[in-house]
Design a protein around this ligand. Structure first.
Ligand SMILES: CC1=C(/C=C/C(C)=C/C=C/C(C)=C/C=C/C=C(C)/C=C/C=C(C)/C=C/C2=C(C)CCCC2(C)C)C(C)(C)CCC1
Length: 338
């Protein structure tokens, strides 16, 4: 980032923090209302078929792709200071290597691939949805990340068993499901209880409002994943909750008006989102299945898992870079004469 760009970002960071908080609150409220409406609709009309759920999952994933495609922008921020105009060479090299390694793992060791995918997804969703003011940050990540991953397995074990079997075969699917609904679920329920009690018992103050807001959005998500079949619940969660929230976070402080920043970043993310969709279509074409339903499921989740690994690696590297530069600026400030 050039000095003038950095100045703009710094300036934007100090302006209108309420706008962003209002957007976050408005989004959480709107998404929670939609989730409630979906739960009521499913209650009234009955459970949708697996085919219908898959048909809805594909556009939902497409809607969620641009938030990950901001990786291109983040890759430039990470690599440009060192590699200048050739930043995209190491970035694309690392991205493609991690992407390919993940696909190879699905092929060579599907048990490890699905278990690892569930684990990193739990951490990824938990980091995004956790209560930022929680006294126990790790526990909060586990409690919130478990809602889209552990709860569907508890609420719809037969459905999830079939979906996992399409991904990794019946034997591995049964083992993973047993782990998910056994020890993992027990620990998750305990973590969720601690998180809820903590949010409700927090003493009066600024923290209370934030904890209550997180608590009500969490309650809507719990209801969604407990009553709506897994693929449909995941489609709504991913497109209406996770992706917009991650986008708000990723564009924080980029411009004085957060809406303008979101519009600009979404436009810039389009080419990479379309490229990711093309990879998804290629994965579908190479699936060897007689029926289209397992083939769609496999291509959607193989694509998501192969994108998630480099996406999380980049997030990790950027956080490490931010921590290092914060540390350096603190040291400089502490030097005598500063
Ligand atoms: C930059 C770049 C790019 C792009 C990228 C992107 C676009 C990204 C995105 C990203 C993303 C967008 C991510 C996402 C994520 C997701 C996730 C992480 C998910 C998860 C899920 C799960 C785990 C599920 C589970 C399940 C099943 C499977 C069944 C049923 C039940 C349940 C739901 C539980 C490309 C490659 C073109 C090129 C290079 C560079």
């Amino acid at each position: 980032m050039s000095i003038s760009e950095r100045e703009q970002v710094e300036q934007a960071r100090s302006v209108r923090p309420h706008d962003l908080q209002d957007l976050r609150d408005g989004h959480a409220l709107l998404a929670s209302l939609v989730f409630l409406a979906v739960c009521v609709a499913v209650g009234l009309t009955g459970l949708p078929s697996r085919e219908t759920q898959l048909v809805l999952l594909v556009p939902a994933v497409a809607v969620g792709l641009p938030h990950g495609a901001l990786d291109g922008r983040d890759g430039k921020r990470l690599f440009a200071p060192r590699y200048g105009r050739l930043w995209f060479v190491p970035f694309l090299g690392c991205y493609a290597a991690l992407f390919t390694a993940t696909l190879l793992l699905w092929w060579l060791a599907p048990f490890l691939a699905l278990s690892g995918f569930l684990l990193i997804s739990l951490v990824h969703f938990g980091q995004c949805d956790r209560d930022p003011a929680s006294r126990f940050p790790r526990l909060s990540i586990f409690a919130h990340g478990g809602i889209p991953i552990v709860l569907p397995a508890l609420a719809f074990p037969n459905e999830v068993a079939q979906l996992f079997a399409w991904l990794v075969g019946e034997r591995d699917a049964a083992t993973i499901l047993a782990l998910l609904t056994g020890p993992v679920a027990v620990t998750w329920v305990a973590a969720l209880c601690v998180e809820c009690v903590q949010a409700l018992l927090e003493p009066q103050g600024a923290r209370l409002g934030e904890a209550r807001r997180t608590f009500s959005a969490t309650a809507a998500l719990v209801l969604l994943f407990a009553t709506v079949p897994p693929l449909l619940a995941f489609a709504f969660y991913f497109a209406l909750f996770h992706a917009p929230r991650a986008l708000l976070e990723a564009t924080e402080g980029e411009a004085p008006d957060p809406r303008a920043a979101i519009g600009r970043e979404l436009k810039a993310a389009m080419p990479l989102s379309i490229a990711a969709m093309a990879i998804g279509v290629a994965l579908f074409v190479f699936q060897q299945a007689d029926d289209w339903t397992p083939a769609v499921l496999r291509s959607v989740f193989l694509l998501l898992s192969a994108l998630t690994v480099p996406h999380m690696w980049l997030e990790y590297r950027l956080n490490a870079q931010r921590a290092a530069s914060l540390c350096t600026s603190n040291l400089v400030r502490r030097q005598p004469g500063n």
